[in-house]
Design a binder for this molecule. Structure first.
Ligand code: SAM
Length: 354
């Protein structure tokens, strides 16, 4: 069941939603191209579903042009809303698969696409994009709901469907993290995880005034292209490893790995016996009561960090090559990482995956 949205943003006739801010300013509804039939309909937009409609045709055109869509391509669009972008994608592509959670949006979308004679090219899936297996697609072009940016991105770049590129409209700060490099303040686990398998290109900034209703934040468009060759590493282990490394982004790796909870989960995975399970809390500095195997396992971990010169480094300063090297040192010492969270599996990503 799709949960009911909570917060209402505003009531806007969808005939207004495809006008430029300038046209809107002049309330020039009839120049919107939709005709009088569209003027009748309006509905509320829900903040909880990220319902901000992109209304600037210049931005929409640039997004489609920069996506380099071939006439034979199937485009996946997440969150088509009332169809401003969808209509342009349908003109450029062979097919569009549009995944939209809100049945009211689906209704408007289908009606508009029918009016433009393009219905035969559109496949609408009315579901939560995080909870379905995507059908085949060649590329993604979407103005996504910002609340699901991290898990959606991880689902795409670590998912089972190979694709050429993903042109995404993202919250500006979120895009900044994807574009950040080691040592930048924005560089985080999300950036590391995405950059391991894909390249990220900045396309343009988009003002909040280009959306209806106007959101609080500005946006950026980026293009994500999966790499032809990715490092030979177990991706699930990599994600669990980076989750551990970045769990305290501003602490040194030495401080992070000395936490008892981290040691405990690693010891379980690495089959270290005699580890004190009942002491599973984060009391870094109280190691006076540690048993022998616990102490030696901790020394082993610190030994690995020291060998690579990583003990005093912060994870946000390390390049992907250095993180891969550290993981190989851990594995070489018989220490393994694994996703221990409840309900985790390869196709389900949640907010924590960024
Ligand atoms: C930012 S709006 C984009 C609308 C349209 N693409 C545009 O550019 O104007 C995001 C859309 O995603 C839909 N949405 C929100 N959460 C979703 C989810 N989990 N799965 C699929 N669609 C979702 C919303 O209902 C909304 O229509």
């Amino acid at each position: 069941m799709l949960g009911a949205p909570r917060r209402v943003l505003g009531l806007i006739p969808y005939s207004l939603q495809k006008l430029s801010p300038r046209q809107l300013h002049h309330h020039d509804v009839n120049n919107g191209g939709g005709g009088n039939s569209e003027k009748e309909e309006s509905f509320r937009f829900y903040k909880s579903r990220g319902q901000h409609i992109l209304v600037n045709p210049r931005i929409l055109d640039t997004i489609v042009r920069r996506s380099a869509i071939n006439p034979t391509d199937t485009v996946l669009e997440i969150g088509p809303g009332t169809g401003n972008l969808t209509l342009k994608l349908l003109e450029a592509a062979h097919r569009v698969v549009a995944v939209e959670i809100d049945d009211r949006m689906v209704h408007v979308l289908e009606k508009r696409v029918l009016q433009h004679g393009l219905r035969h090219k559109l496949n609408v899936i009315q579901k939560d994009a995080l909870r379905i297996l995507f059908p085949h697609f060649d590329l993604v072009v979407a103005n996504i709901p910002y609340g699901i940016s991290s898990p959606l991105l991880m689902k795409l770049v670590y998912g089972a469907c190979p694709f050429r590129s993903a042109t995404l409209l993202l919250q500006k700060e979120f895009a900044g993290r994807l574009l950040a490099n080691p040592g930048d303040s924005e560089f985080n686990r999300l950036a590391v995880n995405v950059k391991l398998v894909a390249d990220v290109e900045f396309v343009m900034d988009v003002s909040k005034r280009d959306f209806l209703p106007c959101p609080k934040v500005d946006s950026s468009v980026v293009i994500i292209r999966p790499k032809d060759q990715v490092p030979d590493v177990d991706m699930r282990e990599w994600r669990a490893f980076t989750r551990t490394c970045f769990s305290r982004k501003n602490k040194t790796l030495g401080a992070t790995f000395k936490q008892k909870s981290k040691l405990l989960s690693l010891s379980k995975l690495s089959n270290v016996s005699g580890f004190a399970e009942e002491e599973e809390e984060d009391d870094d500095d109280h190691d006076h009561d540690e048993g022998g195997s616990q102490r030696s396992f901790k020394e082993k971990i610190i030994g690995v960090l020291k060998t690579g010169g990583y003990e005093d480094k912060r994870p946000s300063k390390l390049s992907i090559e250095e993180l891969l090297h550290l993981l190989s040192l851990f594995n070489g010492a018989g220490i393994y990482f694994h996703d221990c969270r409840k309900n985790s599996n390869e196709d389900r990503f949640d907010e924590d995956d960024g």
